[in-house]
Ligand binder design. Structure first.
Ligand code: 0O2
Length: 221
C-alpha cells in the first residue's frame, strides 16, 4: 500500500545518500594521508583546513528541477555531481595545484571534470580550483563509483568566496552594482595578496637553502 511505498522510497534514498557519505569519507582519508605524510617530510603544511558537506535531499531536487531532468537515483547520479562536496583551503596557490595533482594522480581517482577558476576567474571575481572526481566505494554487495566535488582554494580565495556568498544570499543573487564592483576589486586584492605571499614563501625557502639553523619564521605557514 501507499505507506509501504513511501517507506521503500525513503529507504532507497537513504541508501543512495549513504554512497555519497562514504565517498566523502574515502576522499577525507586520502587528504588526511597526504597531510600526515607532508607533515613528516616537509617543513610546512600545504593544507590549512578541510571541510565537507553532503547536499540535502531538498537541494538535490532543486538542482534536478533546475536542470530539467528526472529525479530518479540513476539520473541524479549522472547529472548532479556535487552531492558530496569537499573544500580544501591552502596557504599558497602552488599548494592548491599540488593538492589537486596529488589527488588526481591516484589510480582509483577518476577526474571527471576540472575547472580552473584560478587561471580563469569568474566574471564576479570568484577564484578556486574545482575537481569532480569519481571514486569507488566498496559495499557488501556492489561497488559504487561516487562523484565528489573537490574545491581547492587559498585562504584569501576562501575569505572572498564566503563574503560573496553571504552578500549573494542577502540580496538573493541580485547584488547591487556598487557592491559587485567592490567585490571585483576585493577579488583583485585577494589575488595580489596570494602573489605577494608566494614571494614571501620563496624567501623562506631561500633562507632554508642558505643553511640557517633553527626554524625560520613562517616556515610552517
Ligand atoms: P553550494 O551551496 O556551495 O553547494 P552548478 O553546480 O550547476 O551551479 P557548475 O558549473 O557545475 O554549476 O558549478 P561550478 O561553477 O563548478 O561551481 C559550483 C560550486 O562552486 C558552487 O556550488 C559554489 O560552492 C562554488 N561557486 C561557484 N561560483 C561561485 C561564486 O561566484 N561565488 C561563490 N561564493 N561560490 C561559487 P553551489 O551549488 O552554487 O553552492
Amino acid at each position: 500500500d501507499a505507506l509501504v511505498q513511501v517507506r521503500d522510497a525513503q529507504r532507497e534514498l537513504a541508501r543512495f545518500r549513504m554512497g555519497y557519505e562514504f565517498g566523502i569519507e574515502e576522499m577525507l582519508t586520502k587528504i588526511r594521508i597526504l597531510r600526515g605524510e607532508f607533515r613528516q617530510t616537509h617543513d610546512h603544511n600545504p593544507i590549512e583546513h578541510v571541510s565537507s558537506r553532503l547536499k540535502s535531499i531538498d537541494s538535490i531536487l532543486e538542482k534536478t528541477a533546475r536542470y530539467g531532468c528526472a529525479a530518479d537515483p540513476a539520473t541524479i547520479r549522472d547529472r548532479v555531481l556535487d552531492i558530496a562536496g569537499i573544500r580544501i583551503t591552502c596557504s599558497f596557490v602552488s599548494d592548491a595545484y599540488w593538492v589537486a595533482d596529488m589527488l588526481s594522480s591516484q589510480p582509483d581517482v577518476e577526474v571527471v571534470r576540472r575547472k580552473d577558476y584560478i587561471a580563469e576567474p569568474k566574471a564576479n571575481g570568484y577564484r578556486s580550483l574545482h575537481l569532480i572526481v569519481r571514486i569507488p566505494v566498496f559495499l557488501s554487495d556492489r561497488t559504487e563509483h561516487v562523484p565528489v566535488e573537490v574545491q581547492i582554494r587559498t585562504i584569501a580565495m576562501d575569505f572572498w568566496a564566503s563574503v560573496e556568498h553571504k552578500l549573494s544570499y542577502k540580496y538573493r543573487g541580485d547584488v547591487p552594482a556598487h557592491l559587485r564592483t567592490e567585490l571585483q576589486q576585493a577579488a583583485t586584492t585577494a589575488a595580489e595578496l596570494d602573489a605577494r605571499m608566494s614571494l614571501l614563501r620563496d624567501e623562506v625557502r631561500d633562507l632554508g637553502a642558505e643553511g640557517v639553523t633553527g626554524t625560520p619564521p613562517g616556515a610552517d605557514l
